[in-house]
Design a protein around this ligand. Structure first.
Ligand SMILES: *[C@@H]1O[C@H](CO)[C@@H](O)[C@H](O)[C@H]1NC(C)=O
Ligand SMILES: *[C@@H]1O[C@H](CO)[C@@H](O)[C@H](O)[C@H]1NC(C)=O
Ligand SMILES: *[C@@H]1O[C@H](CO)[C@@H](O)[C@H](O)[C@H]1NC(C)=O
Ligand SMILES: *[C@@H]1O[C@H](CO)[C@@H](O)[C@H](O)[C@H]1NC(C)=O
Length: 227
């Protein structure tokens, strides 16, 4: 018994050498993979609902120590039966977040979030729609990698991981932390902005596990190719 426990201890202390979990604040700007997707002025321009296309896909989260967050996401979805029908989704949102007592993070958007969907095979091949989802993340962990430095692991409401993100800045790289366009809450006039929407069946940004196969998750049954 003692030997078993000792063995477990040795294993436990040996294993995380490369990725030591550390008690490190979530503040700053984080970016996955090749770090081409980064929050702030280089990605989204919410005033005119445009995006600057990053050279590769990825996700980026920023958190301020004063309770603001911003997310930038770019991904491709493949279509299993129509390999040439690759859909691109760019998504941007910001707002306020709270670190809850149970370890979760709740992110409440300002209302000016939006996303662009490019689907070469759909009736409307390129459209922009509002994105104003409150997001719940079950937990987060920061690891320290001897080569890449601090690395943020976020776990979505269902426990699935967001692609690991490297810290690209200790101060958050964010657009101004307020609504950057006139937005009308639903039911209060609405449709002030010329948004084109394909309605119910339209693919939307959805919580995704890194590398998860999605076929059944998206309404049009697309398969994740890259995050
Ligand atoms: C949006 O505004 C930015 C900054 O003024 C400008 O560079 C960009 O061309 C505009 N994009 C569109 C699609 O109007
Ligand atoms: C943690 O707290 C958040 C916010 O209060 C809540 O939405 C979530 O369900 C809680 N999670 C668990 C596992 O209790
Ligand atoms: C966006 O979501 C927040 C939180 O649910 C809500 O308070 C706000 O009215 C929404 N804004 C719009 C424009 O839908
Ligand atoms: C693939 O794309 C075609 C054309 O848009 C669509 O009709 C079909 O439902 C898609 N199939 C899947 C599995 O997503």
């Amino acid at each position: 018994m003692f030997l078993l426990r000792l063995a477990a201890l040795v294993l436990a202390s040996a294993a995380p050498a490369a990725f030591a979990q550390v008690d490190y604040p979530i503040y700053g700007t984080w970016s996955s993979g090749s770090k081409n997707v980064v929050t702030g002025a280089g990605f989204a321009n919410p005033a005119n609902l445009s995006f600057t296309y990053p050279p590769t896909t990825g996700v980026s989260y920023s958190f301020s120590s004063t309770g603001y967050y911003e997310i930038a996401r770019y991904r491709f979805n493949g279509n299993g039966s129509q390999p040439n029908c690759i859909t691109g989704v760019l998504n941007w949102v910001h707002g306020t977040y709270t670190l809850e007592a149970n370890g979760s993070i709740v992110m409440v958007p300002f209302g000016d979030g939006y996303q662009q969907i490019q689907d070469p095979c759909a009736a409307v091949s390129n459209f922009i729609e509002m994105y104003n989802d409150t997001e719940l993340y079950q937990s987060y962990q920061v690891f320290q990698d001897p080569i890449d430095g601090y690395k943020l692991h976020l776990f979505q409401f269902d426990g699935s991981p967001v692609a690991p993100q490297f810290q690209v800045s200790t101060t958050p790289n964010m657009l101004p932390t307020q609504a950057l366009r006139n937005v009308t809450p639903p039911g209060a006039g609405a449709a002030d902005i010329a948004l084109v929407s394909t309605g119910a069946g339209a693919p939307r940004w959805e919580a995704l596990g890194a590398g998860t196969v999605l076929a059944s998750m998206l309404t049009v049954g697309m398969v994740l190719l890259a995050v």
